[in-house]
Write a protein that binds this ligand. Structure first.
Ligand code: SAM
Length: 224
């Protein structure tokens, strides 16, 4: 069923078919017929989902010959998002705020950007200097850098997405369970949690409060 996402990207992402469409488009631009062939929904349903994704600013279309081709619109979410970048360590926060990263990581970041559906040249976002790659200041316009201890500090907001990768791997089970509770308290219902490659919410006392969205990418959805 197609529900009315009314231009809200987070509403639009609430539907599993629309998430499947975005996943397909992240692999490459596609026409409606190609999307319909890959999903268990009809062509008119795909068109309706695409219209909602367009209204939400997540996809764009262009004419190529006689076909209309859809692609991800990378700028669709950033303008409307507030991102909290938190860490226990002030030095780490200052480094993130400075936006300077080692040049030797740029190939890996470029590959990730392309895999995620990036349309532009990734190098447009940074300037290479002797001390590393300095990222464009405006990328941090919607980012609040704040010190926060996952173990002892409380939830301070309700989020649609939390990514916390390669931190819990260093914590013993009881401490992990405590942080899982913090994630639960901090996520909106149907909000998404992204963990690291060796981390999981399975076997945690909070396992039943989450549903696995993508086993390989360690994505979980708060369901209760
Ligand atoms: C291995 S790094 C992972 C960084 C990044 N997520 C990644 O995957 O590249 C772990 C980070 O967790 C932070 N950290 C450790 N304990 C923490 C805690 N109790 N609360 C918040 N951050 C913590 C450290 O300061 C460090 O920046």
């Amino acid at each position: 069923m197609v529900t009315n996402a009314a231009g809200d990207p987070f509403e639009a992402l609430g539907d599993p078919n629309r998430r499947d469409i975005l996943r397909l488009l992240s692999e490459g631009d596609k026409a409606v017929s190609q999307i319909a062939a890959a999903l268990p929904i009809s062509r008119p349903a795909v068109s309706r989902h695409l219209r909602l994704l367009k209204e939400a600013g997540l996809v764009a279309e262009e004419a190529r010959g006689t076909s209309r081709i859809y692609h991800l619109r990378e700028e669709g979410l950033l303008d409307r998002s507030l991102i909290y970048a938190t860490d226990i360590n002030e030095v780490v926060l200052q480094r993130a705020k400075a936006g300077i990263f080692p040049l030797e990581r740029m190939q890996e970041y470029t590959d990730n950007y392309i895999r995620a559906g990036g349309e532009r040249s990734f190098s447009e976002y940074y300037v290479a200097r002797y001390d590393g790659a300095r990222f464009a200041r405006e990328l941090a316009d919607g980012v609040v850098f704040a010190q926060h201890n996952l173990v002892s500090d409380a939830a301070f907001n309700e989020f649609h997405v939390i990514t916390c990768r390669n931190v819990l791997i260093y914590f013993a089970q009881p401490l992990q369970a405590r942080v899982h509770r913090l994630f639960y308290d901090s996520l909106a219902t149907f909000g998404v949690l992204a963990l690291g490659q060796k981390e999981t919410i399975r076997f945690s006392p909070h396992e039943r409060e989450f549903e696995e969205l993508d086993a390989d990418e360690r994505l979980f959805k708060r369901v209760r």
